[in-house]
Design a protein around this ligand. Structure first.
Ligand SMILES: NC(=O)c1ccc[n+]([C@@H]2O[C@H](COP(=O)([O-])OP(=O)(O)OC[C@H]3O[C@@H](n4cnc5c(N)ncnc54)[C@H](O)[C@@H]3O)[C@@H](O)[C@H]2O)c1
Length: 258
């Protein structure tokens, strides 16, 4: 019950790492509100987590790229829970492409959801946390934001922006007691499976050598509940009270990051 009494928002909560984070926090005793575009799956994840307990979870349908929706939902969630201690922010999208032909539409979409969405959710959380001089914000970057990503250039650029933003927000909000870190995961989720399903044989081979072969712990992507969940609890809790501005790979050793 490391997070007994904690009030937490988790975006992207309907599947993948967001859903695993909801489960990890409820298992640790927290009160959680999940947010996602997918209402049916989001409600199911919250219901199942609450049934398992000992904490509980609710759900709100929110598009993280829309400023007014984010402000309204975060205020309503904090009012319902009686405050906000932690924001976990995995919500993001990935679309394929290559550097020569990536479209303005795809570029703008990924910048809107992945970059603007991070800024909006972080600002809304900080506004609620700062008066209490306490809070932890956990963003999601990517190894794609550190090195070339031949099949997803806009996604890669958007994650580089999340890294810079995370460091800037951590520096700006430390005085308010608000910590901001980013996870750089290599975890098997629907996003990962969908990206692989779109690849040609050649791209799959390149993907193996670029992404899987370099995972020191077993050459394969991790499990959202076993490998990511406990790290999310650590970054939410007082155990990480002196950790901020960090890009933390949870990737079995795929990347090493300062
Ligand atoms: N899977 C990996 O190995 C990997 C690697 C590097 C980075 N990441 C990052 O980790 C995070 C979690 O990834 P995942 O694999 O669990 O993804 P996922 O696609 O499985 O889940 C993402 C969730 O975000 C939601 N979402 C998308 N757009 C939204 C919006 N506008 N508003 C609200 N919700 C929205 C989706 O509905 C979905 O439920 C993402 O930021 C991703 O970029 C993942």
């Amino acid at each position: 019950m490391e997070l007994d009494g904690y009030k937490i928002i988790v975006t992207g909560s309907a599947r993948g790492m967001g859903a695993a984070t909801v489960r990890a926090y409820v298992t640790a005793g927290a009160r959680v509100i999940g947010m996602d575009l997918d209402q049916e799956a989001g409600e199911r994840v919250a219901r199942d987590a609450t049934q398992a307990g000992p904490g509980s979870a609710g759900f709100m349908k929110v598009d993280v790229s829309k400023a007014d929706e984010v402000t309204r939902a975060f205020d309503a969630a904090a009012e319902e829970m009686g405050g906000l201690d932690v924001l976990a922010h995995p919500a993001a999208i990935q679309r394929p492409g290559d550097a020569s032909t990536v479209t303005v539409e795809d570029w703008d979409l990924m910048m809107a959801v992945n970059v603007r969405g991070t800024m909006l959710a972080n600002q809304a959380a900080h506004r609620l946390m700062a008066p209490r001089k306490r809070g932890s914000i956990i963003n999601f970057g990517s190894v794609s934001g550190l090195r070339p990503e031949p099949v997803a250039p806009a996604y890669s650029a958007s994650k580089g922006a999340v890294h810079s933003w995370t460091r800037t927000a951590a520096a700006a909000w430390g005085a308010d007691g608000v910590r901001v870190n980013a996870i750089l995961p290599a975890i098997a989720t629907p996003m990962y499976e969908e990206a692989k399903a779109r690849m040609t044989e050649d791209q799959l081979t390149a993907h193996y050598w670029q992404n899987e072969q370099s995972i020191a712990l077993g050459q394969k992507y991790g499990d959202p509940d076993r490998d990511l969940g406990p790290v999310m609890v650590f970054l939410a809790s007082e155990a990480s009270r002196f950790v901020t501005g960090q890009l933390l790979p949870v990737d079995g050793g795929q990347a090493s990051v300062r």
